[in-house]
Design a protein. Structure first.
Length: 307
């Protein structure tokens, strides 16, 4: 128990003690995803929530099976972090038929809004716009860009791409010259970057726009192996703000990252508690993030890695 001034706060502050909540997670494809999982588990423990965790290993069928298992066990609520946008209608209807509230976290679904109680997430379109706005000012609106896309069919990839493209469309000398999915993983980011470097003359590439930091870390490796100085010869912009990207900035290998907060467990649990208490919820509970550059990278690295 902690005492703040006159207010007594128990370990279960925030509510939900005694609830059983199923959490279907995408997988562990990125460092961001792992810290998001850890944050949800820690928040559940602090609140005394019995969390049933399922790792979908990036496969929608695993996530649908997990949801059906949660429904069969009669959980009080479900938190779904969906791998892709489409294909959830049937299983969400099954949860609704069993009066089990579902909160969507992080990526979006195309299912009817009546099938879930709210969504806790960042604004992916805004992240894409922010990334492009930085690149516009860094290059005076002249840049041939290679793009590492996230998982095909995921709202994180679709919306970041939409936001980025909206902004660069305003600048006639900015264009995407190569674009392919690296599935949000380091290994694929490296392989796809290698293929870009073979497909076009590397000296004509001005920047790499990566839908997450992990793919960019892989791309940085590929550039170094090809004798290119990342962050100098080719500018970089990515999303997540994980400790490794701050290390890359400290090393002079990366230029900017748009933050995606992994702290969505608290708002998701709060939403469930409010819903079960009969309160009305907004359709969307936004999670904010900033944009970071090398000037504060050492500080951010120390703060985020606890070193
Ligand atoms: O859905 C959010 C994205 O998923 C993160 O940006 C990426 O790292 C993760 O895999």
């Amino acid at each position: 128990m902690v005492i703040f001034g006159a207010v007594v706060v128990s370990a279960q502050e925030g509510g939900g003690a005694g609830l059983t909540i199923g959490f279907s997670q995408v997988g562990s494809e990125s460092a961001w995803r792992t810290s998001f999982t850890q944050a949800v588990i820690a928040e559940a423990e602090a609140r005394g929530i019995n969390l049933l965790f399922s790792d979908g290993q990036q496969r929608q069928e695993n996530q649908i099976a997990a949801l059906r298992s949660f429904i069969a066990q009669g959980v009080d609520a479900i938190i779904l972090a969906p791998v892709v946008e489409t294909g959830w209608d049937e299983v969400l209807q099954e949860a609704a038929d069993n009066q089990i509230p579902v909160v969507i976290v992080d990526r979006n679904v195309t299912a009817d809004e009546s099938l879930y109680i709210t969504r806790v997430s960042s604004d992916f379109v805004h992240e894409g716009r922010l990334a492009a706005a930085w690149l516009v000012q860094a290059t005076a609106g002249q840049c041939d860009i290679v793009e590492l896309q996230g998982t095909v069919g995921s709202s994180a990839a679709l919306d970041r791409q939409q936001g980025f493209n909206e902004v660069i469309a305003l600048f006639p000398n900015m264009q995407i010259v190569q674009s392919q999915s690296g599935d949000f993983t380091r290994t694929n980011g490296k392989e796809v970057m290698e293929s870009f470097l073979n497909a076009v003359d590397p000296s004509t590439i001005c920047a790499v726009w990566s839908h997450n930091d992990d793919m960019l870390i892989g791309a940085i490796e590929a550039m170094k192996e090809a004798g290119i100085d990342p962050g100098q010869d080719i500018l970089t912009i990515s999303v997540d703000a994980i400790p490794d990207i701050f290390q890359a900035m400290v090393d002079g290998d990366a230029n900017a990252t748009v933050e995606l907060s992994p702290n969505m467990g608290g708002p998701a649990f709060d939403a469930i508690v409010s819903y079960l208490a009969g309160e009305e919820l907004p359709r969307w509970i936004p999670v904010a993030g900033g944009i970071y550059f090398p000037d504060t990278a050492a500080e951010e690295l120390a703060a985020r890695s606890g070193s």
